[in-house]
Unconditional design. Sequence first.
Lengths: 526, 60
Amino acid sequence: MDLDWLLAGIETEYGLLVEGRGANTQIDDSMALVRGYPGECFVGWDYRFESPRNDLRGFRLDRLEVDPEDAKFDTDRLSRPDSDVRSDRVLPSGARLYNDHGHPEYATPESHSLGRLARLDLEGEQIVHRAGQAYAEAMGAEVRLFKNNTDFHGASYGTHESYLAPRSLGFDGLYESVLPMLVARQILCGAGKAGEFAGPVSRALGAVGIGSGGRNIPFQISQRADFFVEPFNAETLFRRPVFNTRDEPHADPRQWIRLHVICGDANRIPSATRRKVGLVQLAIALAVVGEAPVWRLRDPVDAFKRISRAGAAWIASGEEEWQRTSAGRDSPLAIELKGGSWTTAEQMLESYFAAAERILGLDPASGGIRGELRQVVAECRTLLENLRDCRDRFRRHVDWAAKANLLAQYVESEGVAWNDPVLQALDLEYCDIDPENGLFASLVQLGEVDAELPSDAPEYNRAFARGLATTKFAAHLCGVTWAALTFEIEGRRREVHLDPTKRYGPELAEIEDVTSFVSRLQEIAE
Amino acid sequence: MIQADRTTRPNAPEPERKLGDDGGPNKPDLKKPTGPNELLKRLKKVDPDQAKKYRQRSGQ
């Protein structure tokens, strides 16, 4: 089976704290921070192809819901054009930097390689940090940026993943194949969170809390679990789902879907980023051949929250106790299925691994994405073993466990309770992207976490062409999207589409005139 | 052990290799701070109230 078409990207909304300012000025700050990015960039994002209200199920929403509490901050900005508020910058790598609801957002260029995608995600941290430094200097104030997904007071902001998937899968095919993976993968990819938030919407919909044990959760595996209230829908700002049905393909919509995953966390450990994406790609690849494991969850929202809250059981138990209690129906990792049956997150993950080995041909000689997926499977199996019997190894590779260990050391040393607010302060510090002051950077320096540097090998896909266009032919470029470039040449507009599956090779960089460049892009896409 | 009411999949084959066996990129050459309390010292420097003051707009 050909897997070379597998393509993914990650978009991260960063938390932003500017000394002396607050949520009421956050959009202004985020816009100014993005606009002041000191590196090379192109201004001219083309919004014509954006369709966040289109739903994979075949209809279009009249409007997207907004958080009524958050909407109180909005004033005149609602009447401003998108280009003004979003302040898009296209970077030479083909990445996108912009303001999204008051959060500087970095969207990686798309990549066919898990390692390269993790590298691009790391580059995003550095780019956003640089923009923050420039803004701090301009404002004469301290500016801090956080790679996280919650403010502990009810606001959440996303780290979304985009996956190329064949249109033929449709909503049903993707939902059934990918949803169980989204629920289960948390245990290997969650970023961890101190505490819980039972917000007004969650309370109203009865989605927070599991039985009588859902309150006062001291530690969770997922940053985002508290904010999901429905199994699936197209919303992202309010009434968020585990499985997002937004149908906004960044390619030919007749052929492709962009699966928009919104339930993942912002990872700091690069191998966790690689793993997070690889696991969903395994599910998509299996869906394409109709071989994804079939798991019918009784309540996907409840299951997602339950797995997230296994973090509380983890910190409360030692290794032996965890081993003893994590195998039965009452296990923190148990997932209820329709019809009264049940399984565990570990078993669910293993079913994907076994199917992938059987169907996808992940043999040792595999190169490219096949080899990377094979590595993901091997690593995940090792980590699942470590989850049971070697916490010291597990926490080196998984953000939530690294964070839990950090907090546990503080709890033991200072004698504070697990629900002490200081632990949320430490959680926040873990997510600070400042390489000099962030707590995660300290863990790297101390050798406490896996600091593997992902691949920096160049990749020649359509992002390469996009980047070239913005650097070499900016004078002629008047519109950029993920899937198309628009040039103005001798008074005529020429739009060229960028095929996500085609190779845009290094020879493109040798072309000196824009007409030849556009012609070559058209030839590649045809 | 498989229990009667539990939905399962076949047992997995043993992992073929462990983490770190892949010959991947080398780890960065970082100077490792010394002293067992280095991390705790770092934790104690954190403003204990910073999360209380951290308020964000709701995003996507």
